[in-house]
Design a protein around this ligand. Sequence first.
Ligand code: IMP
Length: 456
Amino acid sequence: MTVTIVGSQLGDEGKGGIVDVYGDAVDVVARYQGGDNAGHTVVFEGDEYKLSLVPSGAVRGKVGVLGNGCVVNPETLFEELDALRERGLDPDVRVAERAHAILPYHRVLDGLEEDVKSDDDLAAGTTGRGIGPTYEDKAGRRGIRIGDLLDAETLRTRLEYAVPQKRALVEDVYDLEIGGDVDTDAFDIEALFEQYREYGERLAEENMTVNCGAFLSDRLESGEDVMFEGAQGTSIDIDHGIYPYVTSSNPTAGAASVGTGVGPGVVGDGEVVGIVKAYLSRVGTGPLPTELGSVDGQTPDGGGRPGEDDLATYIRDEGGEYGTVTGRPRRVGWLDMPMLRHAARVSGFTGLAINHIDVLAGLDEVQVGHSYTLDGEELLTMPTTTERWGDCEANLRTFDGWDDVDWAAVAEEGYEAIPENARAYLDYIAAELDTPVYAVGVGPGREETVVVEDVY
Ligand code: IMP
């Protein structure tokens, strides 16, 4: 059977912890989209592992797969694998031959486009990992795939086509000088050929590349369980998110099929668990109707709730809301129910894992954005354009707060040990989404999760 893990908000919902809990019983953990923009933290036997590309299940001895829907920077891949090996682990990671490779010029172009966009407040606040430019090349049929790295002649042919275009983009569109303003090697066919051919050799030597769909189907047919690990979240999905402040892939559940090469029925027959953080956080620009306080350079003019800066700082610090990849402070806000209703519909959640209720502990009251008011009408789900979303005013509902308690003891005792007011909050979310709560995160460690429903 399969379990698909999907972020229901803006990323950073604490998916790694849930993947860790539910991943325990599976044999294979496969990522189906994104690349080294993910930034997940896994706590295992008291040690903390920060990963951005390698599926978090690999820390726990599962086979980790990067599906064809991923974009893979081989440099990051090998750095993460080497670091895990240095710490005594033996990760087994496979990479789809149909996945696209991130090249150094993708990272450079990511930065250049963000710079230009920032003049018009259009910058997505990307992680700078070259994700968007790599997916652009994939859609433009000029990408270089992992399978191409195994074949020197194909690799050279692909580079000879792509690189002159990238050079022209830098010189003629951005009006910059390669070698002066921009790193030469990133745009040098020979240097790229040598570097990526070596990556290909290492991938082959370590027997890491697979036909992803066939590999996973064989495993499933032999009775193994597979987890599909989504990265980022529904509201930064390129189709269903707050375009253009989105990532360039589909974190939503449908992509688990397309991004790994198994049929939609395989995903649909399994569980689809929506990961919810008990409040909101996000990195980057654009509107956020339930935002508390503001973050310089990210909250748009006139946005946020400047009077609530102290509350925002409290939640940010308690929740460690600083980017795993970039270290930037994240914007924070109350839970946004229209956003969750949208996410539950798009991915068809069968269950919810609600994280970080411990972060909100100690507040007198906790609020949620129950609905929006837009043009005088009440709206229960998100409008289709980000501009209209920015016009939405959140209608807040207030819940009594809950005390900070011994969360480790709560995790051991189970759901009934969760403070009553926090349970009222969880019950409200489950009822509004018509989806049961499968798990509740009460702290960062794997042990600090109350498992209500075992998905297997
Ligand atoms: P990119 O994925 O680097 O192209 O960035 C596009 C947008 O997605 C930016 O707003 C990023 O901050 C956001 N983003 C990308 N990855 C993550 C993530 O793992 N968590 C939260 N936000 C992310």
